[in-house]
Design a protein around this ligand. Structure first.
Ligand SMILES: CC(C)(COP(=O)(O)OP(=O)(O)OC[C@H]1O[C@@H](n2cnc3c(N)ncnc32)[C@H](O)[C@@H]1OP(=O)(O)O)[C@@H](O)C(=O)NCCC(=O)NCCS
Length: 183
């Protein structure tokens, strides 16, 4: 799917390890405050290849959905993931995402999140998507609100980010509810 400015949203593929290693290396300092602590080997092609294989097994098992953003030259410039897909009485998943600095600030992640929510509803049949942001991650909160998410509360010491258990704001979108400007 075309997100604008020549950037495409597509499923993660088995050969993406090298491009992901390059993307995480390029964005290492930028992503560090918003992600779990990463050891050195996380930035290698070998480790990324193994993580892609793990992720694709989880997709095949119906436990997640994994997408990348790629630019006109085929570089990976971001990711969107739906993880922890639970069915039963829940039909819910957790959303995560990041974008390369060069591609940020143009509404691309808002459109990517909207597209992934539409797929979660129409192809997986989910009822709800949840996301958690650090309390000071205003850019991410703006993406979520623009994509139809509602803040549902503060979870103290919810995720270990940058090596510390940190408070998070929780957001959800009920996928059956219409959202202005969203598919
Ligand atoms: C959060 C992130 C994905 C946003 O991606 P993006 O493509 O730049 O998002 P968009 O362009 O769709 O929207 C960004 C919004 O945040 C606003 N914004 C950007 N930086 C901001 C800041 N420091 N303070 C306040 N608002 C900010 C923009 O003005 C825009 O708002 P608008 O749509 O109302 O104009 C990106 O900044 C990123 O990858 N951050 C690091 C990783 C991360 O935080 N991931 C999410 C973890 S919950």
């Amino acid at each position: 799917m075309d997100l604008g400015d020549g950037i495409l949203l597509r499923p993660l593929l088995p050969g993406d390890g090298a491009e992901l290693a390059a993307a995480y290396t390029r964005n290492r300092a930028r992503l560090a405050p918003w992600e779990p602590f990463r050891s050195e080997d996380f930035f290698t092609t070998e480790r990324q290849h193994a993580l892609v294989e793990e992720s694709l097994r989880s997709v095949a098992d119906g436990r997640s959905a994994a997408f990348v953003l790629s630019d006109a030259g085929g570089r990976i410039v971001g990711r969107v993931n739906l993880g922890d897909i639970v069915r039963g009485a829940f039909w819910s998943a957790h959303l995560g995402y990041w974008i390369d600095e060069d591609a940020s600030g143009r509404g691309i992640m808002r459109r990517a999140v909207q597209a992934v929510c539409a797929q979660a509803r129409d192809e997986i049949g989910l009822h709800r998507v949840q996301a958690a942001t650090l309390v000071h991650n205003v850019a991410s909160q703006r993406v979520l609100r623009a994509a139809g998410f509602t803040e549902i509360g503060l979870a103290p010491r919810y995720l270990r980010i940058a090596g510390e258990w940190q408070d998070h704001l929780l957001f959800q979108r009920i996928l059956e509810d219409p959202v202005d400007g969203s598919p």
